[in-house]
Design a protein around this ligand. Structure first.
Ligand SMILES: NC(=O)c1ccc[n+]([C@@H]2O[C@H](COP(=O)([O-])OP(=O)(O)OC[C@H]3O[C@@H](n4cnc5c(N)ncnc54)[C@H](OP(=O)(O)O)[C@@H]3O)[C@@H](O)[C@H]2O)c1
Length: 295
């Protein structure tokens, strides 16, 4: 789409997906199965991204410029720490359609992304929609929600696009960045408490009281033992990108002068686990060793 096409469309002819990770490819697959054309830019991306994109039926247009030229909706689903740089690249390439940032970023970061498109600097007429995803990569009905906020007409088009898919779109009323705020509040609890629990396991190990703690949990909080045991396999491989998400959550609290230390500590927990990227079946022992810097 060129800058002269700028408007809020009723429907989309071509969706650009940046980039086909576990979540992005699952969203792309929902669209291609419904007959939409979904393109991505494979230049410089990993073998894993190429494999996921192929499985999802995405068309590789190779360069980001080609994607920008063809897509009238771009959905950004990338590591949160890369959200602004990704948006900036796309704005600089002259994108003039609807840009949906679906990443786990603070409301302020979401507004910075929007300003790259809605601001006068690009004069492209592009429209930015703030978004946040809750749930695992899209599978069956009810698995995953996409929260969005922003321009009503563009949001209506996004709702229509996903109407017959398994990705449920929920519109958030509120100020700019409202959808990101929902995501931050949700993940503050889920990923924040997981980091706390793993840190507690490392402390119990360091003090030699794991068996006693497990015994107390069995008596009074049996769900904690089960959660501690299953969390490493759930977060180990993704910890590298959770660090950035925790910083975004901390910034969300700090912006309202609320205590942000919980999630700064959670960021440190995930940073210490970053080398588990891509690992399978991470054990609690591996996590405890990494947190205690015993590797
Ligand atoms: N997975 C989930 O369960 C889940 C749930 C809710 C929300 N989300 C959100 O979805 C987003 C991505 O998650 P994901 O599960 O798809 O992650 P992922 O599986 O790790 O994939 C990340 C994708 O982004 C690309 N990427 C890596 N570094 C990049 C960079 N610096 N700039 C641009 N792209 C980069 C990767 O490409 P290469 O491998 O080619 O580098 C890959 O295609 C995050 O914002 C996350 O918060 C995910």
């Amino acid at each position: 789409m060129t800058s002269s096409d700028a408007s809020s469309p009723d429907s989309f002819d071509c969706v650009g997906l940046v980039n086909p990770g576990a979540m992005g490819s699952s969203i792309g697959a929902q669209l291609t199965r419904a007959g939409s054309r979904v393109v991505w830019a494979g230049e410089g991306r990993s073998t894993e991204s190429h494999l996921r994109a192929g499985d999802a039926g995405l068309v590789d247009v190779e360069s980001m410029q080609a994607l920008v030229d063809e897509a009238d909706l771009i959905i950004s689903v990338c590591p949160p720490a890369a959200a602004v740089a990704t948006a900036s690249t796309i704005a600089d390439l002259g994108f003039a359609g609807v840009y949906l940032d679906a990443n786990a970023v603070s409301p302020a970061t979401g507004r910075s992304v929007a300003a790259l498109f809605n601001g006068s600097s690009t004069e492209s007429g592009a429209i930015a929609i703030d978004g946040g995803i809750v749930g695992p990569p899209v599978s069956g009905p009810g698995s995953t929600r996409l929260y969005i906020s922003g321009d009503a007409v563009a949001m209506g088009s996004i709702e229509n696009l996903f109407e017959s898919s398994n990705l449920e779109v929920r519109v958030v009323d509120g100020p700019a960045g409202a959808a990101s705020a929902v995501k931050m509040c949700f993940a503050a609890w889920t990923k924040g408490t997981t980091a706390l629990l793993l840190d507690i396991c490392a402390l119990a190990d360091a003090e030699g009281v794991t068996d006693s703690l497990r015994g107390e949990w069995a008596t009074s909080m049996p769900e904690l033992s089960a959660r501690a045991d299953r969390s490493p396999a759930m977060v180990g491989a993704k910890a590298w990108r959770f660090e950035g998400e925790m910083h975004e959550i901390a910034a969300s609290f700090a912006a309202h002068d609320l205590p942000d230390g919980f999630h700064l500590a959670a960021a440190e927990v995930y940073a210490r686990l970053a080398e588990l990227k891509g690992s399978r079946d991470t054990s609690l022992d591996e996590v405890v060793d990494l947190l205690s810097a015993r590797v």
